[in-house]
Design a protein around this ligand. Sequence first.
Ligand SMILES: Cc1cc2nc3c(=O)[nH]c(=O)nc-3n(C[C@H](O)[C@H](O)[C@H](O)COP(=O)(O)O)c2cc1C
Length: 276
Amino acid sequence: MQRNGVPYIIGFCVAVCLVCAIIVSSSAVGLKERQETNKLLDRQKKVLTVAGLLQEGESVSAEKIQSMFTKRIKSVIIDLKSGKENAEATQNAASFDQRKAQKDPSSSISAPKNRAGVRRIPNQAMVYQVSQNEMATDGAGFELAQYIFPVEGYGLWSTLYGFLAVAPDGNTVKGITFYEHGETPGLGGEVDNPSWKSKWPGRMVFGPAGSSVDSWGEAKIKVKKGYAGSPAEDPYQVDGLSGATITANGVTYLVRFWMGENGFGPYIRNALGQAG
Ligand SMILES: Cc1cc2nc3c(=O)[nH]c(=O)nc-3n(C[C@H](O)[C@H](O)[C@H](O)COP(=O)(O)O)c2cc1C
């Protein structure tokens, strides 16, 4: 075959494309498991960080993350609507993928119109319970220090995915973090800024402390435009994000949504032992 003939050139191009396609797809398949493991580790690290068990940005080995997670965090799957733990699902909590469940019409329902931009609500959701002290492998020694709820909602450009840590009173915020979003760095992306996140602990989600049930569905917490006072003076407001009020409002709406009746509200109410 002539090297400068059309059939040769086409054949050569096809061969190069095939080889490249095989290399790319086999590395994508080969790395998938590692990517999944790293994603899980990253999620566990964020949970430990929002729980205050790791410092923001602290460098720790995968083994340490896994060991701390096992000793201090109980992963519980709940039925969102009833707010009750699903013991069977909890057994497989490690492999539970809430985002996948939320997208799948067979394991989620359509969300009522809401300002957080949440389209579907999973039937089951993950709640992390943080233990005050290290617990044994069978859970002995567990003493509840806080709950960590996965939250998500729309900002300006993207869905923000994060965790909200709440004290056992179901009301006092212990921390917030976002592990994935596509907001603009320096504007909406400031939701990641440790200095802004440090404004959250001590704020209240619902009404006066201890009366969350009285003000059910009316979470008061709000990211305001401008500066809020200290948590003691201004318990329901958090400093705004300068030049990023749309993302900031998104954070308000998503926290209110997931702490409300369509989110973890029924679970918190059950956990507090109060009737629905
Ligand atoms: C390139 C560009 C990127 C922006 N990114 C964000 C963003 O991530 N989040 C946000 O709320 N506003 C962002 N804004 C600003 C919004 O359009 C809007 O002006 C702002 O949210 C209003 O907030 P302010 O009242 O605090 O200025 C961006 C604007 C531009 C031009």
